[in-house]
Write a protein that binds this ligand. Structure first.
Ligand SMILES: Nc1nc2c(c(=O)[nH]1)N[C@@H](CNc1ccc(C(=O)N[C@@H](CCC(=O)N[C@@H](CCC(=O)N[C@@H](CCC(=O)O)C(=O)O)C(=O)O)C(=O)O)cc1)CN2
Ligand SMILES: [Zn+2]
Length: 752
């Protein structure tokens, strides 16, 4: 019996990789320096795991940008358009983030997480070929440290299922990849005859079809006996696949027993396979109840040979921060209730020893004692429970979930009230977060400047921003969100029942990170959160100023959420807290309020049978937040994705007056949906992609608007970018928005 982790974070506990990457991209360090940082980080991470007593430590969980993209390189699935770039590193980053001559490949959410991967573009005639250079380097580094690693790779089925297919069928491509994977395994065996390989196939947690299971059987019948192959699934149970794989020659499986507590090991055990029980949560930070976990695993594996049971993390630890050691300002109780990646390694070791009845060291005993106290104090702490909040949730009625006038009537009042033209122009909220602004905030947080100075500086930026928007003649303005570090963290910092970290960074994509708030107790809003900024902005203009808030569902999906009550209850508490802010904004004279639900889509459960329940509480939460306003107050929402076909009813059910969505990046698939079924409210399909530094021309946005008008009536259409502009530079934003307004005006003129 051994301990394992599915994967370890790589951005660095002080975000060393982020900083090195951004310096490299800015031309401030060279390739060798970047590689050096990467190598040091890998070593540090392996040593952490080794010292914590982890037996199966991964290589190839490191990445300069993304593991799916690494797989694309490993399979030589490089799209034609990047082949003119000779330097491997330059080509890799061109695929990841574009360069002067190349558009970036598409990026999308990794299952239901806030991590994003680079979507492969596959063509059956691509000339797939094994290239394991990256793994070799990492494998040899690990060996030098005396570590006998397992090699992580993404399995062929998940790889293909998560790709965009340009030519060929999924099945054909998977079959074509089998010999390439065989070759990868053969080459890995040259490193070590007894090599252990973890093949990730998380695709199988999402209601696989019979065809999927057929191909699963075929693939692992062919690959399973070539080395010590463990198939890993995570984020849900994979029971259909577990049964199929039991009959293939693989060595075993690593399963998620946190998000996939329904997982069954029966068929695997009967077939003599090894099983990995992923019991320590790789997605959330609450301490594991070590004794309870050990008892659970003992019960589950009573009849299984000890040698065949492994204990590990539920999924990669990529989704949690590194270590509590930098959290010097966190409330001591709350800190005692959580574990980051390093603390989780200790939990895995101690659970393993308890299951095996091995003697605990002094350190193990300390871990266990601390753990018992944490579990006990968290249950009874006064910091968690607030009867007033609980009553507010219990007393919610149908009335709280409905606007008091139907859309068709209230939209008329809104038009009279707001007087915006046809094809109104607006933005999604944020304007550039410049290095100067970040420095200002750091200075304020470190006490280098005082609150008054900080606020004055932010107000200057708001003033400039409003002036710019008036100059280019946008119709509905925003204040720019300069006071926010992040759209979720900013609110987390101000709510009761929510804690925030100093250094709890988690990678979101590439070099970009977030610090998810910790929702540990009953949530309420002690005072106004945004009113001062937004009323200030409104005072500078006669045009409508949009109040910007983050919605309850997005707050939950991008936070570490308490696990001691249902997510529905926590969401309703959050919904009421944000509703209080909606009410305050309206009372302060704000006539348009946007409640962003950027993470609504990714929060959907991976198993179909669980979707209806989520949809119900998610949509209800949004409605609780927004239904309080007068009919003439206009509610906007924003979502930055466009795969809507399966959730269109739910979106309509949110009953927002206006919704802005992503559209520019996806081949107008969005527009097809509107053609087929229409949409009740007003809608702003993004007319340009904010993820790219490229400045879109007036003509191309005129085209884009005209395409939209082919499927939507002009009276319903808004003109806006895809998403917020915070990651862009002012030099990019200014001409882009100017062109956008011009494009709207040109099209408007043709409508008269
Ligand atoms: N939570 C969340 N999830 C999301 C999104 C989002 O906006 N928020 N958008 C989508 C895409 N994901 C994204 C995730 C992160 C960022 C992003 O820009 N992150 C920033 C950090 C944002 C932040 O918290 N900034 C802090 C500053 C943190 C910092 O690095 N400070 C420096 C000092 C700054 C300086 O002096 O230059 C330091 O501490 O060393 C602030 O502004 O206050 C980054 O990684 O660079 C963008 C998109 C999906 N998921
Ligand atoms: Zn967005």
């Amino acid at each position: 019996m051994a301990t394992y982790v599915i994967g370890f974070p790589r951005i660095g506990e002080q975000r060393e990789l982020k900083k090195a990457l951004e310096s490299y991209w800015a031309g401030k360090i060279n390739q060798e320096e970047l590689k050096q940082t990467a190598s040091e980080l890998r070593k540090r991470h392996w040593i952490y795991q080794k010292n914590a007593g982890i037996d199966m430590i991964s290589v190839n969980d490191f990445s300069f940008y993304d593991n799916m993209l690494d797989m694309t390189v490993m399979l030589n699935a490089i799209p034609e358009k990047y082949k003119d770039i000779n330097n491997c590193m330059d080509r890799y980053f061109a695929m990841a983030r574009g360069d002067a001559n190349h558009k970036a490949m598409e990026m999308t959410k990794w299952f239901n997480t806030n991590y994003h991967y680079i979507v492969p573009e596959l063509d059956i005639n691509m000339g797939f070929k094994a290239n394991i250079e990256k793994i070799k380097i990492e494998y040899n580094e690990a060996k030098e440290l005396g570590i006998n690693p397992k090699v992580n790779i993404i399995g062929p089925i998940t790889y293909v299922k998560l790709s965009k297919i340009i030519n060929g069928t999924e099945k054909e491509i998977i079959e074509k990849l089998i010999p390439v994977y065989k070759d990868i395994i053969h080459q890995l065996k040259e490193l070590d005859e007894n090599i252990t390989i973890q093949m990730d196939e998380p695709y199988f947690v999402t209601n696989p079809t019979n065809e999927d299971l057929e191909i699963l059987k075929k693939v692992y019948n062919e690959l399973g006996n070539l080395a010590n192959i463990y198939v890993a699934t995570y984020f849900e149970h994979s029971n259909e696949a577990n049964e199929v794989l039991a009959k293939t020659p693989i060595k075993g499986m690593f399963l998620d027993f946190v998000a996939g507590s329904e997982n069954s090991i029966k068929s695997l055990v009967e077939a003599g396979k090894e099983v990995g029980i992923g019991i320590v949560n790789g997605r959330n930070v609450w301490v594991n109840d070590i004794e309870k976990s050990a008892a659970f695993i003992k019960g589950l594996t009573e009849a299984v040979d000890n040698e065949k049971v492994h204990i590990g993390s539920s999924c990669s630890l990529l989704h949690v921060p590194y270590t509590l050691k930098y959290e010097t300002k966190m409330d001591e109780d709350i800190k005692s209730w959580i574990s980051y990646a390093l603390e989780k390694l200790d939990e895995i070791r101690v659970i393993n020893k308890l299951v095996k009845n091995e003697e605990l060291s002094e350190t193990d005993k300390e871990v266990l004692e601390g753990n018992k106290i944490a579990i006990a104090t968290r249950k009874t702490s006064k910091k968690i429970h607030d009867p007033i909040v609980q009553d507010r949730v219990s007393n919610l009625t149908e009335k709280d979930k409905h606007r008091n006038m139907p859309f068709e009537e209230r939209i008329k009042l809104q038009h009279e009230n707001l007087k915006y033209p046809i094809l109104p122009t607006t933005t999604i909220g944020s304007f550039p977060q410049t290095p100067e602004l970040r420095k200002l905030r750091r200075d304020y947080k470190n006490g280098v400047i005082d609150e008054t100075t900080y606020k004055e500086e932010i107000k200057k930026m708001i003033k400039e921003c409003v002036k710019f928007q008036e100059e280019i003649d946008l119709d509905v303005l925003v204040h720019g969100e300069f006071e926010r570090n992040d759209m979720v963290e900013y609110f987390g910092e101000q709510l009761n029942g929510v804690a925030f970290s100093q250094n709890g960074w988690v990678q979101s994509y590439g070099s970009r990170c977030v610090k998810p708030p910790l929702i540990y107790g009953d949530v309420s809003r002690p005072k106004d959160m945004t009113v001062e900024w937004i009323t200030y902005a409104q005072s500078l203009t006669n045009k409508p100023m949009k109040g910007m808030l983050t919605g309850p569902v997005t707050m939950l999906n991008w936070s570490f959420v308490r696990d001691d009550q249902s997510r529905r209850t926590t969401a309703y508490q959050m919904a009421l807290a944000i509703r209080d802010e909606v009410e305050a904004l309206e009372a302060a004279g704000i006539k348009v309020i946007q409640v962003d639900e950027a993470a609504l889509r990714e929060g959907y459960p991976l198993r179909d049978e669980k979707k209806a329940e989520y949809e119900d509480w998610a949509i209800t939460s949004f409605r609780i937040t927004t239904s309080i306003v007068k009919p003439e107050t206009q509610i906007h929402t924003h979502m930055c994705y466009s795969e809507f076909s399966d959730i269109m009813d739910a979106i309509e059910n949110m009953d927002a007056d206006v919704i802005s969505i992503e559209n520019a990046r996806s081949d107008n698939s969005l527009l097809k949906i509107f053609k087929e079924r229409g949409y009740k409210g007003e809608i702003g399909p993004g007319v340009y992609d904010i993820h790219s530094p490229r400045i879109p021309s007036t003509e191309e946005m005129v085209d884009q608007i005209n395409q939209i008008l082919e499927v939507l009536p002009a009276e319903k259409v808004w003109v806006n970018p895809d998403c917020g502009l915070k990651t862009r530079k002012w030099e990019e934003v200014k001409p882009s928005l100017k062109n956008m307004v011009e494009a709207a005006k040109k099209v408007r003129a043709t409508l008269k």
